[in-house]
Design a protein around this ligand. Structure first.
Ligand code: CTP
Length: 397
């Protein structure tokens, strides 16, 4: 996604500026060419040399030194940019950008660029809530700027509040999302993805769960976002952060997931059920904690709804088949029984494809019986291959 892309990373004068080093490093590792532009006050918080070493590129701090030192025009970066990211963005830079002021290299670049701009604000909680900051952010959003964060947490003054720079992965996700605006799914498809493993309560403390990590479903949601789709993610507990730019509905039980899926598929083009949904739930969940005052305990379980089978509509249905034996035959049966367009079968006894792994080895079987066995791939790559098939089928109608 980021390979070969030119990212202008603007850094402004906030204590969170040190985190820009991590952002610069991760973007560079992901294959982007990172051109750092720092405001004068940012250089008080973090040394340009740090960024220069992390990106392997000259760091611009002074517009007037540019021509002589780097032989570049003051708008050259604006023209070269695939995306401009300002992280951290102070209240001051947000105000200057909203007013169209161009009095340093960063503000000149933003005013002159046609590339999308992502802002990651970081500031004091009162500065953030000040109506003028809110108005400025609203103006910039209305002009198409993407804004990620700020988040709630401990601020530099030692108090808790909304004003912390968003997590680095979330910021990079926002950059990927913005780059995806020109992807092959942009403006065309809306995809609902489920992920994680449902939990069926036994009492207020215990539940019946499963080993799903949520990684496969999240990878599909992120890949679809990065290709420009509108994504609705329905997540059972997964201990993964909400991906930037994706509407996430958190659920616990199979029944809650079904309710969320029914709402989400309205107007959607495809449903990808990557979640591990419980097949059984306790008939009743005890209201108070079950005490160990008897030698044994028997739980009566009843079937949950089969979401893929029961949720119907004019959208493509993609299911998963987690199997431990007769993988292809069992997956085929599921495809037919649940009337799916595509099923993704995997052997959960294989350690590279099991729960929690970052890789997966799957076989795709479509409604016409075509079988495609994929090699061992990262879950991100598997997600792309599944999406390729979804796009192919959606395209054909
Ligand atoms: N699924 C569902 N609702 C359920 C159970 C599963 O929608 N109550 C979906 C899963 O998200 C997956 C597909 O059905 O996409 C197959 O799930 P899997 O657990 O492999 O199969 P089951 O249908 O539960 O059958 P079995 O457990 O007997 O293998």
């Amino acid at each position: 996604m980021l390979t070969g892309k030119t990212v202008i990373l603007g850094i402004t004068g906030s204590i969170a500026a040190y985190k820009a080093a991590d952002i610069a490093s991760k973007l560079t590792q992901a294959g982007a060419r990172v051109e750092v532009v720092m405001t004068e006050s940012a250089t008080r918080f973090i040394a340009p040399l740090t960024l220069r070493n992390l990106t392997g590129r000259p760091v611009v701090t002074d517009m007037f030194e540019l021509a002589s030192e780097f032989s570049i025009e003051h708008v050259a970066l604006a023209e070269a940019a695939d995306v401009v990211l300002i992280a951290p963005a102070t209240a001051n830079v947000i105000a200057r950008l909203a007013a169209g002021i161009a009095d340093d290299m960063l503000s000149c670049t933003v005013l002159a660029t046609k590339a999308p701009v992502v802002l990651a604000p970081a500031m004091n909680v009162h500065m953030f809530h000040n109506p003028v900051t809110q108005e400025n952010l609203a103006r910039l959003k209305a002009r198409g700027f993407a804004v990620v964060g700020p988040e709630y947490g401990r601020l530099a003054e030692g108090k808790l509040g909304l004003g912390r720079l968003a997590e680095v992965d979330g910021i990079i996700g926002a950059v990927e999302q913005v780059l995806g605006r020109s992807g092959d799914l942009a403006g065309r498809w809306c995809i609902v993805v489920t992920a994680g493993g449902t939990r069926e309560p036994i009492d207020p403390v215990r539940y019946i769960g499963n080993r799903s990590s949520g990684k496969m479903g999240y990878a599909i949601a992120i890949a679809a976002r990065n290709r420009g789709a509108e994504v609705r993610l329905i997540a059972a507990p997964a201990s993964l952060p909400d991906p930037a730019g994706i509407e996430v509905v958190h659920v616990e039980t199979a029944a809650e997931m079904k309710e969320a899926v029914v709402k989400a598929v309205a107007g959607a083009d495809a449903l990808v059920m990557a979640a591990a949904v419980a097949d059984y739930q306790p008939k009743t969940a005890a209201k108070s904690k079950i005490k160990k005052d008897s030698p044994g305990l028997t739980l009566e379980l009843v079937r949950t709804a089969d979401i893929l089978t029961e949720v119907k509509g004019d959208f493509l249905k993609v299911g998963f088949a987690a199997e431990s034996e007769d993988v292809i035959a069992n997956a085929r049966k599921k495809l037919e029984k649940k009337q799916l367009d595509l099923i993704v079968a995997n052997d959960i006894t294989d350690k590279d494809s099991g729960f929690g792994a970052d890789t997966n080895k799957v076989t795709l079987i479509d409604r016409n019986g075509k079988i495609e066995e994929l090699p061992l791939l990262s879950k991100r790559e598997v997600a792309e291959r599944i999406l390729d098939r979804v796009v192919g089928m959606l395209g054909k109608g």
